[in-house]
Design a protein around this ligand. Structure first.
Ligand code: DMJ
Length: 620
C-alpha cells in the first residue's frame, strides 16, 4: 500500500518535473509568449518568424519574444530600429538651463490637460464629451465615452497611471451594439485607434483594451459589406443598416492603420484584408471612377458604385487623412508594401503640380481645394489642412525629396501666421487669400524688391545678384537650438486680400501636430516657440472654470472678465487625444515617442512601428 502510494507520488512528481522542463524549453525557444510582456519588446529579427495558419490566423506565439532589457514603452520596442531613413534630427545634449525651461513648460501643459480631464471626470465621465460652459454631458459618438477613450494614450504618455487605470473598469460596460447610426470613421480613429494605442502603451498588459478594440471592429465590419468593400459613412450596429450610400474619401482611406494593427495584435488577418481591399480599389481607380488626375482623389464617393460624385480634391476637410495614411502605412510596415509609398508619392506629385499657391511677398504657401476636372483652384484653406506640413516633412526625408521640406515649411508658416495675426492668438477654422499665384520655388518668398533686383541683375552684367546680399527679412532668421531667451520675430501685417471664412477656433490640433513633427525633424527651436505661444493663447482664452471651450471669434478681443461671451459650449475629445498630447511631446525629451519608433494615427494615437511580414500576411 505504502510503496504503491510512494510510487504514485514519485510518478506524479516526475510528471510535474517533465512538464516544467518542457515549459522552460519552449519559453527559451520563444514559443511561449504572453500578451503581457513587461516592456513590449518585439524581437529584432521577428520578421522571419511569423507563421500564418490556413484560416488567416497568425500564431501569436511566433510574434513576440522574451524581452532582453527593461525599457520604457514610451521609448519604443527595445530591439526595433527602422531600416527606412532616420526621421528625427540628431539632437545634441541640452544645457541644464534649457532643460529646466522645457520641463517647466511641459509641466504647465500637463496641468492644463489635467484641468480639463478633471472637469470631464466630474461632470461627464463615461459620456462622449463635456459641455464646458453648462457642465452637461453630450453624446455625439454613440455614447461610448469618446473623451475617456481618446484620452487614454495621452494619459499613458503623461505618465498619469492612476488616471489611466480609473478608465479601465468603465470599459466593461460599453455595448457597441446600439440602435443608432454612428460614424464609422470617427469610431475607427477615436475609439479603435484609442484602444489599440492604449493597449500597446500598457505594455500589452491590459487585455480588456484589445478585447474592446476587436469587439468594436466586429460590430463595424458589416458596414464594409459593399460591392467594393468601401465602408458606409454611418452604421447602425444593432440593425446592421445605413441610410446613406455616399461617403467621403477621408472615410474610406482612414481605416488602414487601425485594421493592420488590429490584425497584427490579434492574429486575425481579416481586418487587414478588409483595409487592403479598399487600398487596392483606390489604387485601380481612373477616369471612369471620376479620378481626373492620378493620386488626386476627389471628395464624395458612392459606396455602391465606387465612383466619385464630384471632382474637387482637398487636403483639408473630407479629404485630409487618406493622403496621410498612405505615408504612414508605408512607415508602419517598414516599406514592406511599396504600393503605399507609390500611392503617397502619386498624390504628392499631383498636389505639387496643380494645387500649391504662394502669396506674393510673403513666406506663406496656400493649399486650397482644387477642381481636378476644370483645373481651377479656390482661394480658401482650412485649419484641417495644417496637418500637411508634418506629413510632407516626413515624406521629404523618407523619399529623399528636399523640395517637399521647403514646401512643408512654407505651409507651416501660413498655418502659424493664422494664429499669430489674430487678436486672441488663435487660428480661425478657415481663411481665404484672393491674391495668390502658383507656387514657384524660383520666386517663392522673394520680396518685390528682390524680384525687381533679380530682373535688373539679369540685364545688367555689372550688378551683383541681390539674393547674395544679406537678407533683412525677419522671418528668414537663423536656426537656433537651445536658447532660453528666444525671441520670435514680430508678426507681419495681414495681406489685404486675407479674410477669415469661419472665425471659430474649435480646439483643433493640426498646426501643433505639424510643429511637433517639424521640431523633431529639424531641431529648429522656432517651432517650439510657436507652439508655446499657441498653448498660452489656448490657456488664456479657452479655459473655463471646469475645462476648455471652443472660441466663437478668434479676432474678437474680450475683456478677460467677459471671456465666456466669446466661448462656445463645446469641447471635442481631440483636445485630449491630440492638442494637449502634441503640445506635451513638443516639450518632451526627443526620445519620448520618437518618430523613428512610432507613427500616429490621424487622432494622434501612437502605434509602434515594427518589422513584420506584412506582405505575406496579406497575401494568405
Ligand atoms: C481629428 O478628429 C482627426 O485629426 C481627423 O483626422 C480630422 N480632424 C480632427 C481634429 O481636428
Amino acid at each position: 500500500m505504502v510503496s504503491s502510494y510512494i510510487s504514485t507520488v514519485t510518478r506524479r512528481w516526475r510528471l510535474i518535473l517533465i512538464v516544467i522542463c518542457v515549459i522552460t524549453l519552449l519559453a527559451h525557444t520563444g514559443y511561449i509568449v504572453s500578451h503581457s510582456l513587461s516592456d513590449g519588446t518585439l524581437a529584432p529579427n521577428e520578421s522571419d518568424q511569423n507563421t500564418v495558419s490556413e484560416n488567416g490566423h497568425i500564431e501569436i506565439s511566433s510574434i513576440y519574444k522574451s524581452p532582453t532589457k527593461k525599457q520604457s514603452v514610451l521609448h519604443g520596442f527595445g530591439g526595433f530600429s527602422s531600416s527606412l531613413p532616420q526621421l528625427q534630427y540628431n539632437f545634441e545634449p541640452e544645457p541644464a538651463e534649457f532643460t529646466r525651461l522645457r520641463e517647466t513648460r511641459k509641466e504647465k501643459i500637463r496641468q492644463s490637460f489635467l484641468h480639463g480631464w478633471h472637469g470631464y471626470k466630474k461632470y461627464a465621465f463615461g459620456h462622449d464629451e463635456l459641455r464646458p460652459l453648462s457642465n452637461k454631458p453630450s453624446n455625439p459618438f454613440g455614447g461610448w465615452g469618446a473623451t475617456m477613450i481618446d484620452s487614454l494614450s495621452t494619459l499613458a504618455i503623461m505618465e498619469l497611471t492612476e488616471e489611466f487605470h480609473i478608465v479601465l473598469p468603465r470599459l466593461q460596460k460599453i455595448n457597441f451594439r446600439i440602435n443608432e447610426e454612428v460614424s464609422v470613421f470617427e469610431s475607427i480613429i477615436r475609439y479603435l485607434g484609442g484602444f489599440i494605442s492604449a493597449y500597446e502603451l500598457s505594455e500589452r498588459k491590459e487585455d480588456i483594451l484589445l478585447q474592446k478594440a476587436e469587439k468594436l471592429a466586429v460590430a463595424l465590419l458589416p458596414a464594409f459589406k459593399t460591392p467594393l468593400g468601401l465602408p458606409r459613412h454611418k452604421w447602425n450596429t444593432q440593425r446592421k443598416t445605413s441610410d446613406e450610400s455616399d461617403t467621403l474619401i477621408a472615410e474610406v482611406g482612414t481605416v488602414q492603420l487601425e485594421f493592420l494593427m488590429l490584425s497584427q495584435l490579434t492574429g486575425n488577418a481579416l481586418y487587414a484584408r478588409k483595409a487592403q481591399r479598399i487600398t487596392n480599389t483606390l489604387d485601380k481607380m481612373g477616369y471612369e471612377h471620376g479620378v481626373y488626375i492620378k493620386g488626386l482623389y476627389p471628395t464624395i464617393i458612392n459606396t455602391n458604385k465606387g465612383r466619385f460624385k464630384d471632382a474637387t480634391t482637398t487636403f483639408g476637410a473630407m479629404g485630409d487623412s487618406v493622403f496621410e495614411y498612405f505615408l504612414k502605412e508605408y512607415l508602419l510596415t517598414e516599406g514592406n508594401i511599396p504600393q503605399y509609398g507609390r500611392m503617397y508619392l502619386e498624390s504628392i506629385k499631383g498636389m505639387k503640380q496643380y494645387m500649391l499657391r504662394q502669396v506674393p511677398g510673403y513666406d506663406m504657401i496656400l493649399l486650397p481645394p482644387f477642381d481636378t476636372q476644370h483645373l481651377r483652384h479656390r482661394n480658401s484653406m482650412d485649419h484641417l489642412t495644417c496637418f500637411v506640413p508634418g506629413m510632407l516633412s516626413m515624406g521629404a526625408i523618407t523619399f529623399n525629396q528636399p523640395e517637399d521640406m521647403e514646401i512643408a515649411k512654407g505651409l507651416l508658416e501660413t498655418c502659424v501666421y493664422m494664429y499669430r495675426t489674430t487678436k486672441t492668438g488663435l487660428s480661425p477654422e478657415s481663411w481665404s487669400i484672393s491674391k495668390t499665384e502658383p507656387y514657384n520655388p524660383l520666386t517663392y518668398n522673394k520680396t518685390a524688391e528682390e524680384l525687381t533686383g533679380l530682373r535688373d541683375w539679369w540685364y545688367d552684367a555689372n550688378m551683383t545678384n541681390p539674393l547674395l546680399s544679406k537678407k533683412t527679412d525677419a522671418s528668414k532668421t537663423e536656426m537656433k537650438h537651445y536658447s532660453v531667451d528666444y525671441k520670435l520675430p514680430p508678426v507681419r501685417e495681414r495681406p489685404e486680400s486675407l479674410f477669415f471664412g469661419d472665425p471659430r477656433y474649435i480646439l483643433r490640433p493640426e498646426t501643433i501636430e505639424s510643429l511637433f513633427i517639424m521640431y523633431r525633424l529639424t531641431g529648429d527651436q522656432k517651432y517650439q516657440e510657436y507652439g508655446w505661444e499657441i498653448f498660452e493663447s489656448i490657456d488664456k482664452w479657452c479655459k473655463t472654470s471646469t475645462a476648455f471651450a471652443a472660441i466663437r471669434n478668434v479676432d474678437r478681443l474680450m475683456d478677460i472678465d467677459d471671456i465666456t461671451e466669446n466661448q462656445l459650449d463645446s469641447m471635442e475629445s481631440f483636445l485630449f487625444a491630440e492638442t494637449f498630447k502634441y503640445l506635451y511631446l513638443l516639450f518632451s525629451p526627443s526620445d519620448v515617442i520618437s518618430l523613428d519608433k512610432f507613427i500616429f494615427n490621424t487622432e494622434a494615437h501612437p502605434f509602434q512601428r515594427r518589422k513584420w511580414n506584412w506582405d505575406k500576411f496579406l497575401k494568405q
